[in-house]
Ligand binder design. Structure first.
Ligand SMILES: NC(=O)c1ccc[n+]([C@@H]2O[C@H](COP(=O)([O-])OP(=O)(O)OC[C@H]3O[C@@H](n4cnc5c(N)ncnc54)[C@H](OP(=O)(O)O)[C@@H]3O)[C@@H](O)[C@H]2O)c1
Length: 274
């Protein structure tokens, strides 16, 4: 048997880049997907030299149906699929550009559904494989000022658990990874500040990636990386929505104030990362 093949979306930076690194470390060849070809090529070169991994660079904007179809065509051939690419829009919903909300749903939801379908069908036929979908702790309650983002992640959270049950006994592992605050480009791309979030609440992308892949190896339905995140997540799930959505609303407004003060970013705020 050769090295297993893993396809990772959003592999150009952040959690996806670390997922690709850990998969290469654990003996996988890779298909690296994101829009930024130069970043993917640099990672492919590094992982080839350091880990002996054969890496295919597949640049694609997954919000574009034609480019998504090209990635779907590759997803049927992989042993591991990681749906990680995602972005958030931030602000009062009525003030946001609806085209950005539309792209957010296409990337965070439609691409996940189509790639999961393409991969899962082929994996069930082979009687083996693994699918890791990246949701968020934002999935666990409504998220005012991130309304569309939280809803897309609630979709991924529910959808992935359902597929986990459907594929029980087929040899295909299906896991949803729910990170909390993780140090990546995510917040800067969404134009939100990081200062109101205390440092002890942040995780590094590497530990999040390792937790997700460890959970997939054990076919866990849900992985919440970090003890604190597990406490927060489980409290959210049992707390009445009327309370959790108010708390999230207050935190989100503080992040917006911090972003407007420009106190925690070195990039200009963008409401849509695409
Ligand atoms: N960071 C956090 O605090 C946090 C918390 C919970 C959940 N998450 C989730 O974790 C996942 C990874 O986020 P991250 O924190 O690593 O964010 P990030 O650093 O901003 O990375 C996002 C990745 O998605 C790719 N991407 C964005 N738009 C794309 C598009 N249209 N087509 C293809 N690829 C696209 C980006 O690559 P290109 O720009 O090169 O396309 C990049 O590789 C996301 O699903 C996010 O919702 C993050």
């Amino acid at each position: 048997m050769g090295r297993p093949l893993a396809l990772v979306t959003g592999a150009s930076t952040g959690i996806g880049e670390q997922l690709a690194r850990v998969l290469a470390e654990r003996g996988h060849d890779l298909v690296l997907v994101a829009r930024d070809r130069a970043r993917l090529e640099a990672l492919a070169k590094e992982l080839g030299e350091a880990r002996g991994a054969t890496c295919e660079v597949l640049p694609a904007d997954l919000t574009d149906p034609g480019q998504l179809a090209a990635v779907e065509a590759r997803a049927g051939a992989v042993d591991v699929l990681v749906n990680n690419a995602g972005f958030g829009t931030y602000g009062p919903f009525v003030e946001l550009d609806v085209d950005g909300e539309d792209r957010e749903v296409r990337l965070n939801v439609i691409a996940v559904v189509r790639l999961t379908h393409a991969a899962a069908r082929a994996m069930v036929g082979r009687g083996r494989g693994g699918i890791l979908n990246v949701a968020s702790l934002a999935a666990f309650q409504p998220t005012p000022y991130d309304a569309t983002y939280g809803a897309t992640k609630a979709f991924v959270f529910s959808f992935t658990q359902a597929i986990h049950e459907e594929l029980r006994g087929t040899g295909v592992a299906v896991t949803v990874l729910c990170p909390g605050f993780t140090r990546t480009e995510f917040q800067a791309r969404a134009g939100v500040g990081t200062d109101p979030v205390p440092s002890f609440m942040w995780q590094e992308a590497d530990e999040v990636a390792r937790a997700g892949l460890d959970g997939l190896a054990k076919n866990r339905a849900v992985v919440i990386p970090g003890v604190l995140n597990r406490v927060v997540g489980n409290v959210s799930l049992v707390t009445p929505g009327a309370l959790t959505r108010r708390v999230v609303s207050v935190v989100a407004r503080r992040q917006r104030d911090a972003a407007q003060a420009g106190s925690s970013r070195d990039t200009e705020p963008r409401r849509d990362s695409t």
